[in-house]
Design a protein around this ligand. Sequence first.
Ligand code: FAD
Length: 414
Amino acid sequence: MQVTIVGGGIIGLSTAYYLNLAGVQVSVIDRGDFSDGCSYGNAGMIVPSHFIPLAAPGVIRQGLKWLLDETSPFHIKPRLDLDLVRWLYLFARNANQKNVDQSMTLLRDMNLLSKYLYQDLKKQPGFDIGMEEKGILMLFKSEHVREEEARTALLANQLGLETRVLTAADLAQVEPSVKLDVLGGVHYPGDAHLIPSSLMKILKKHLQWAGVQFIPNTAITSFRTGKNQIKGVLTEQGKEIEVDRLVLAGGSWSSNLARSLKIALPLQGGKGYSMTLTGHTPKPGIPSILVEARVAITPMGNDLRIAGTLEIAGLNSPVNPKRVRGILQAVPTYYPEIKASGQNTPVWSGYRPCSPDGLPYIGRHQRYDNLYLNTGHAMMGLSLGPVSGLLMKELICEEHPSLPLGLLDPNRFS
Ligand SMILES: Cc1cc2nc3c(=O)[nH]c(=O)nc-3n(C[C@H](O)[C@H](O)[C@H](O)COP(=O)(O)OP(=O)(O)OC[C@H]3O[C@@H](n4cnc5c(N)ncnc54)[C@H](O)[C@@H]3O)c2cc1C
């Protein structure tokens, strides 16, 4: 068996990793050179605590409130685009308690298994991926957010996750490295973090050594098909690469790839930004999410990464300086010693592949016998990389899946 993977982000490389381990011949095609993209500049958090999908009650109301604020952490750019209209309709239909109830156990289990797989990966020689298991802190400044976070913590306990609801005084003990100006926080000690660019570099090097073929600087523009089969992928340079089994792991561009196969895959790119402060910045020891501001703070070796914003504005939108300012200005309101703005830090941006129900698409597509999808991981692609790679390997090798795949079916909106 030979598997061709389109897309060399964390999902494509994780899929290659588990298929290669199973002895399958694998090639990974990417239009870039495997050195940048959404899987490199993200906040690096591994998050069993994130068991509530993006499509949840209250999200639309909150989103509408933010729409008119140019520095807010969420924005949808209105545009006449039928794919966006369909995505918004499906999102609105799924942003309810039923979706949360049916997704949260699966998301918890996927994240827990993925963390376990990262722990395993980290033990291998050369896998110096900067993984630390100190958990994450959800930090808040307001009473109503404290109540919401305490409710989520209770739900997390019911799902078997450890949590500690902390006052400002408790936090000073748990996080002594920096001063905090917050009302309190919730510590999820079971979460972890790593340095995504190190992970990607090491994974690529390992896969090359293990015999996976890497095909860089090759954009796939269309496909040759016949008899419910994909026969080949056609490159921008006009060449055809024959395929036996094909996995689409093109991140936010997966819907464009699917469209050329006449498949309407609801997916929007949720643009986010990150800035990495280097040098003598005071650094927290534990990563955190500044809940009201929706900003993520992650210590990465000697650096500190600050990430945030979710803009649904198409895939070629320019950097929005107002939103970048919104992220940077939020930091010292929680960590008074960290002066993030005015430091002339380069701005990185990436597109999270967002499905309308907040669950990834992992499975075989009904239209072609040899087409598999592994995409739509939104804000959790780094966290869910290994488990998504493992599940895809199990599907392709016709093994019993480690977790139930029904809710992840890529045909669910067909
Ligand atoms: C600011 C920010 C912070 C984040 N923080 C976290 C976090 O802390 N934890 C977490 O779990 N997740 C986080 N995420 C989300 C995570 O980064 C993504 O979910 C993940 O990187 C998606 O991986 P992917 O492999 O699906 O897509 P990508 O990394 O985008 O990879 C897709 C690849 O497909 C290639 N491609 C696309 N079209 C074609 C084509 N036609 N031909 C050939 N190649 C093609 C692209 O070049 C790209 O390399 C964050 C995201 C952002 C933006």
